[in-house]
Write a protein that binds this ligand. Sequence first.
Ligand code: F6P
Length: 562
Amino acid sequence: MTSEPARGPVDATTTNAWGSLTELSKNLRPDLRGWFAADPARAERLSHQAADLHVDLSKNLVTDEVLASLLALADEVRLTERRDAMFAGEHINVTEDRAVLHTALRRPSDEPLTVDGQDVTADVADELAKVYAFAEKVRSGEWTGVTGEPVRTIVNIGIGGSDLGPVMAYEALEPYVQDGLEVRFVSNIDPTDVAQKTADLDPTTTLFIVASKTFGTLETLTNARLARDWLWRSLVAAGAVEDSDDGRSDAVAKHFVAVSTALDKVAAFGIDPENAFGFWDWVGGRYSVDSAIGTSLAIAIGPDAFAELLAGFHAMDEHFRTTPLENNVPVLMGLLNVWYVNFRDAHTHAVLPYAQQLHRFPAYLQQLTMESNGKSVRWDGTPVTSDTGEVFWGEPGTNGQHAFYQLIHQGTRTIPADFIAVANPAYPLRDAEADVHGLFLANFFAQTKALAFGKTADEVRAEGVAEDLVSAKVFSGNRPTTSILAPALTPSVLGQLVALYEHITFVQGVVWGIDSFDQWGVELGKKLALEIAPAVAGDEAALAAQDPSTAALIARYRELRA
Ligand code: F6P
């Protein structure tokens, strides 16, 4: 493999397609009512199947010419070349000189892939086998705590990609969780988090998983130490271990495991590397839920369901890798996002799951999309030539409808929105004769319809509304949405959804010419927090070294702190 991408980024703004898109946007008068009336096949033509996901793009503000130009843009920025470089393990993470191979985590074990001289498929299969064996031991009760009790609660301690993916997937796949097992997630260095999550726990039946790619993250290591202290204290108080070095190391051996790429640091923390699961620097934190970082999930839902999740990821990878671009859903959705950000002045993008189990999906996507594409320089270090990185946000429907949808329907900004639903609910309840899921999805269909087609002044008047209220009750329509419908929220479908958004993010990054796999923007704050900590703790020289605003705030904090 080469260690450099074959060629530098193409400046998308200099392409012919960019020029065409600029012109098309200038002349575009969005008219979804008219477009559908004139073209009854629009919905069918602009709907696609990607693995189990039915994706309807027809309510987007695009004409065939716009779509053709977006596809031409993909061509001119050499999207497929870069995609293939990623799948092949080239070092497309340029600023960290690393391959980007989350797709190898879900590659079938009989398809070898050699990267930097290493058979990564075999490495993945070996580590996965370790995770699965451990998961089975915990699930069966063979793995016990110091008193011989089986594990009932797993506490995953991690942050960012070592938290958001596992917690999102655990919530999404709750119906698959083994009875009698619960997973909790501690992420924030706010001591409230660890205090609340351990408050009612029985230490004899608790297993902590310290999940950190680097095993150097302040929040995670602090929380791991707090959890270890809590474990020791409560086991000693319960008379389960001696208050001695031996007692303490026995407690850690039975109640702590780790997931990391830095196994030496795991050992330094006191966790036996035998009880640690590894992964590799070619897996970005925000792309790691399907690595050993998902150990808590693998225990909760079991190896079979975890394998199904991986198969779902792989199905979407294959769709992205092999489907012609005009039917390639991640490509089309990524290009549509570029269209809205760069040509239609969209600043944000809503993701609205009509599935309560996906309530952490938008939060998960925020790291995936914004840590990946919130960049101002391209992968060769030159400034970007267009806007990048829209803000992703969202909440499950129908809750959002009663909160922020007002702005999407009648505000002044264009907010493209992805609506996600499943046909078969985990809990098919009835309210008398009514299927409640049907009622729920009626809202999903109603919202995308209202956003697309709105309500004209004449339609409002026809309802007998007084003239002075008509304008307030008009809905302009032409508010873009994508509808994603899956059969059910199975592990496979969840894997497909996550991989879909991973690849959408990739496509946008390629158009903008940026390295979507580094995250230098989070480093400065981390460094400053360490420098400022002594000032907060009372060091006068450190306080004096701060700027006037920060120094005054710290001084006020110190006064207020009892
Ligand atoms: O600070 C950002 C970040 O590096 C994320 O990219 C990562 O997911 C998170 O911190 C946690 O890092 P780690 O898994 O190394 O503890």
